[in-house]
Design a protein around this ligand. Structure first.
Ligand code: SF4
Length: 62
């Protein structure tokens, strides 16, 4: 499974990083970097939590 970021939609709120810091990181300029775009089943709960908390629906799982 994979996390897909709709970058133009992302507003840098950082809530996704709080939910899944192992999978993503917001840099000093508010740009979100996906540390591991592909994730293992063990991280699925975190990945889904990150998708759910994003207030602008910029993340999805493919
Ligand atoms: S929570 Fe959504 S808007 Fe905020 S940094 Fe993450 S993807 Fe971007």
């Amino acid at each position: 499974m994979k996390i897909v970021l709709d970058r133009p939609r992302c507003e840098g709120h950082g809530l996704c990083e709080e939910a899944a810091p192992q999978l993503m990181h917001l840099d000093d300029e508010g740009e979100l970097a996906l540390g591991r775009e592909e994730f293992e089943a063990a991280d699925a709960v975190l990945a889904h939590a990150a998708v759910r908390v994003c207030p602008v629906a910029a993340l999805r799982i493919a």
